[in-house]
Design a protein around this ligand. Structure first.
Ligand SMILES: [Zn+2]
Length: 412
């Protein structure tokens, strides 16, 4: 690690508690574009200056040289209560791992995410762990454990009969990976999830419950609208898991904020997303990882159909101008490896700058985080410094050497 800390002439240890930092590096990506010879000044938890380098007295200079300063990354689709399926199948995680084990694992996942430069995460479903995500979020907020700030969904909502674990006879009661609801009780379930601490409502607009386990729509458009309107009235947005074109269409028309996955979208569906201002969280990394768990060797074997389809569908979304939210479904693959999604987004044709925006300013706007995602006066000091230039090579984001969250240095 190559960096220089110069204590300014007027610096005294007594102002440590009210730290003032002056960050410098060859490049600064402010959440929108890259600048040379810029610096960022932080007082307390806020950014007070981001612009052409100028000197500040009474502050600690941190100069990283040939590095890039960026806003802390905002992960759009994580599951802190899951770990990779090649370690333990999803069914076994839901059915056999205790809440104690799951919370312990989540503690490690949160630390790994923060150290990888993820300072905010939208966590989309506890997958059988009730409101443990709310508890993990509070633990981070209280400073009990390190981790990104969290926006959590709680258990998520599924249509009766659609979700797993499955394969038991009717007298065996198994804990489900999400909460069932339909027609008449959708309002109650949505409100209860909000009351129990959900920041977002996640709904499964389709699931693999069709013949031969194919994905088929679950809720009707009216049912989805009930969920969306109920959440909206409390100031919360709804996100929909949807792979089929029909479920996407229903969810978009019902007013969801983002579509998760979106594999089978047609040109018409993507155009509808653009028209209604709905973003796509493509989760390319999850599908790719699952194909690899099933034995596919990337690079040395031909791509499985699933991977080919995903690339085509992502490219179609780009072509139609759909807003892309960075979110890999991390948890299916290891926490802390979030950058894999950005690598795939750029490999499939998204310009690096657009991918960087997606992970910072775009996700901040989509998630209603008004003071995050940009390096700008008055914004919260969530800042990372990486070796190299992610605008040239997105994998530079794997070399996170400095992480600041809320003005506190958590990695240096
Ligand atoms: Zn997911």
């Amino acid at each position: 690690m190559k960096y220089l800390i110069i204590f300014s002439l007027f610096f005294s240890l007594t102002i440590q508690s009210q730290d003032r930092f002056h960050l410098k590096a060859q490049r600064v990506f402010d959440g929108n574009e890259i600048h040379q010879n810029w610096s960022v000044h932080i007082e307390g938890e806020k950014i007070v200056y981001a612009g052409p380098t100028k000197s500040f007295r009474n502050s600690k200079l941190i100069d990283y040289g040939d590095h890039t300063i960026l806003p802390g990354l905002i992960e759009g689709h994580s599951h802190i209560l899951l770990h990779p399926y090649n370690e333990t199948s999803w069914n076994d995680q839901v059915l056999k791992e205790s809440y104690g084990e799951r919370a312990s694992r989540a503690t490690n996942h949160l630390r790994a995410s923060l150290m990888a430069g993820i300072t905010t995460m939208r966590d989309l479903g506890s997958e059988g762990a009730g409101y443990l995500d709310v508890g993990m979020k509070i633990s981070v907020e209280k400073g009990i454990i390190p981790g990104p700030r969290l926006l959590v969904a709680g258990p998520a909502i599924v249509a009766t009969g659609s979700y797993g674990p499955k394969g038991f006879h009717e007298f065996v009661k198994v804990p489900l990976g999400a909460e069932e609801a339909d027609g008449s009780n959708l309002m109650t379930v949505t409100r209860r999830q909000i009351g129990n601490g959900a920041d977002i409502i996640k709904v499964y607009a389709d699931y693999r419950w069709g013949p031969d386990n194919t994905a088929r729509p679950t809720f009707s458009e009216d049912e989805l609208r009930t969920i969306v309107e109920t959440a909206k009235s409390s100031g919360r947005s709804t996100v929909a898991h949807a792979s089929t074109a029909e479920a996407m269409k229903r969810a978009i028309n019902a007013g969801v904020k983002t579509i998760e996955h979106g594999d089978e979208a047609t040109k018409e569906v993507f155009d509808l997303m653009v028209e209604k201002g709905v973003a796509l969280c493509p989760t390319i990394a999850a599908g790719l990882s699952i194909s690899q768990y099933r034995g596919w060797k990337k690079g040395s074997q031909p791509e499985p159909q699933r991977v080919i389809n995903k690339r085509k569908s992502f490219q179609l979304a780009l072509e139609r101008g759909v807003t892309i939210s960075f979110g890999g479904d991390v948890g299916v693959f290891p926490h802390g490896e979030n950058v894999l999604e950005l690598e795939l987004m750029t490999e499939y044709g998204m310009p690096n700058q657009e991918a960087l925006k997606s992970a910072t300013s775009v996700n901040a706007k989509l998630f209603g985080l008004n003071k995050l995602g940009q390096l700008k006066e008055g914004f919260l000091a969530d800042i990372i410094i990486v070796k190299g230039n992610p605008l040239k090579n997105i994998s530079a984001l794997r070399n996170v050497e400095f992480v600041m969250k809320n003005g506190d240095i958590v990695k240096n």
